[in-house]
Design a protein around this ligand. Sequence first.
Ligand code: CUA
Length: 145
Amino acid sequence: MDRLEKIILLTSVGLMSAFFVALLAASEIGKVSVPPCLPPSATYTQPRIDTLPDGTLRIFYVSRMWRFDPDYVEVPRGTPVEIYLVTSDVVHGLYIPYTNVNIMAVPGAVNKYTHLFTKSGMYDVVCHEYCGSSHQGMRAQIVVR
Ligand code: CUA
């Protein structure tokens, strides 16, 4: 075995050892730092509908397998609607067909979108992110009067 072969062999063994140690360290770090599923603030984790003094509607949606809470909301036409979305389990999505409302529900995060419903009618709220066996039935409704 010549000198260059020894150097390459020793370097390879050294690199493999370093990767192995890094893998062990990463798995240990992963054990202690499991992120919480919900943000600490109860402001966003309590499903409800609030009305601001200027008339703006705030809908606080909590998504979970396999429903949105609240699952039925009535909205006056032409009222700005702030939609807040969190998840209490896995990743979900909130999509309202025929509008620009398309929000992700990611564990540990609060996402918000503001929309103005200009047409009356019934709007479906559907989950657009595969979230398990009953994903296709995860829906809610918004009625604009
Ligand atoms: Cu929730 Cu798909």
